[in-house]
Write a new protein. Structure first.
Length: 312
């Protein structure tokens, strides 16, 4: 692992330290702060000439600040003559607008991809993109990692109920839920959901048998938790014995924590792709680390080894 350095902005310092620990190295020295008017200032405090640089930064709350930090850091490393600059983005913000669903709307996932590329990234590493086709928005290599090994291991160790069902909260997550159900040897159910406007959902029907079973809701991200808690209520109303939930990205904005605490969800299992915020804490939340997974992936990328074999 010679000639490699890992840096981070303000969004993922703990995760970056875990990655460094996995690789047996120290975190690169840099300073990221703001001028009095809010402009981002970056100071790289060690030489990176001829080095493969990895910048760990999630585009999470405050998403605009974290995005600008990432872009400016990428530009700084490019201008400092780094051999390559890889943007490691555990949570890819602005991914929900990945296509035009109405007239005169933007495709922000593509816009952010263009910004990252122009800023100087030579490769991108992401975890559980909201839509897989976002990989095609980049004209540089993209390594799309999955939190599946982390979540699956926890579920295999803690959910041993033979009468268990994996539940997709919407039609878009069926493929993910089916993959988990297959590996766990459990049944599959689907929530039929209608969304009249952003962040507002209405559960209409449950496809599959959940009565008397332990239901595990599976999603890629939880924002305001409206979909998740309504799905949990629907499962309980249809006879589910107990309800758990698992997701990769815990955005948990707005009334999410209040909704979670009042819901019938017994435990919400998430990863640390988004760091824990002071206002997003609940005794129901269990956080798992993707640091070892990212560390192994970065080692394989640097050494030219297979990354896909991590998930097969």
């Amino acid at each position: 692992m010679d000639r490699i350095k890992i840096f981070t902005g303000n969004s993922n310092k703990l995760l970056a330290l875990e990655i460094c620990e996995q690789l047996g190295m120290t975190l690169g020295k840099s300073e990221v702060k703001s001028f009095s008017d809010g402009e981002v200032y970056v100071d790289i405090q060690e030489s990176v000439r001829g080095v493969d640089v990895y910048v760990v930064q999630s585009i999470c709350t405050p998403c605009n600040d974290n995005l600008m930090e990432l872009l400016i850091m990428l530009d700084a490393f490019k201008r400092a003559s780094a051999l390559s600059v890889t943007a490691v983005i555990p949570y890819y913000g602005y991914a929900r607008q990945d296509r035009k669903v109405a007239p005169r709307t933007p495709i922000t996932a593509k816009l952010v991809a263009d910004l990252i590329t122009v800023a100087g990234a030579s490769r991108v590493v992401c975890v559980d993109l909201h839509a897989g086709q976002i990989q095609g928005f980049f004209n540089i290599p993209v390594d799309h990692l999955y939190a599946t090994p982390v979540l699956l291991k926890y579920m295999q160790e803690n959910f041993t109920d033979d009468d268990m069902v994996i539940v997709s909260p919407d039609a878009g997550g069926v493929e993910r839920a089916r993959a988990f159900a297959k590996r766990l040897g459990s049944n599959l159910a689907i929530i039929d959901k209608r969304r009249p406007r952003p962040n507002v959902s209405e559960v209409m029907n449950i496809i599959g048998e959940v009565e008397g079973k332990t239901a595990i809701l599976l999603d890629d991200m939880i924002d305001t938790a409206g979909t998740l808690t309504q799905a949990a209520e629907a499962l309980k109303n249809n006879g589910a014995r107990q309800v758990y939930a698992c997701c990769t990205h815990a955005v948990l904005s707005g009334p999410a924590i209040q909704r979670l605490d009042k819901s019938p969800i017994k435990e919400l299992v998430v990863t640390n792709t988004i760091p824990e915020r002071p206002g997003a804490i609940s005794p129901k939340i269990k956080r798992l680390s993707v640091g070892p997974l990212l560390g192994e992936a970065l080692k394989r990328i640097h050494c030219g080894e297979s990354v896909s074999s991590l998930f097969v």
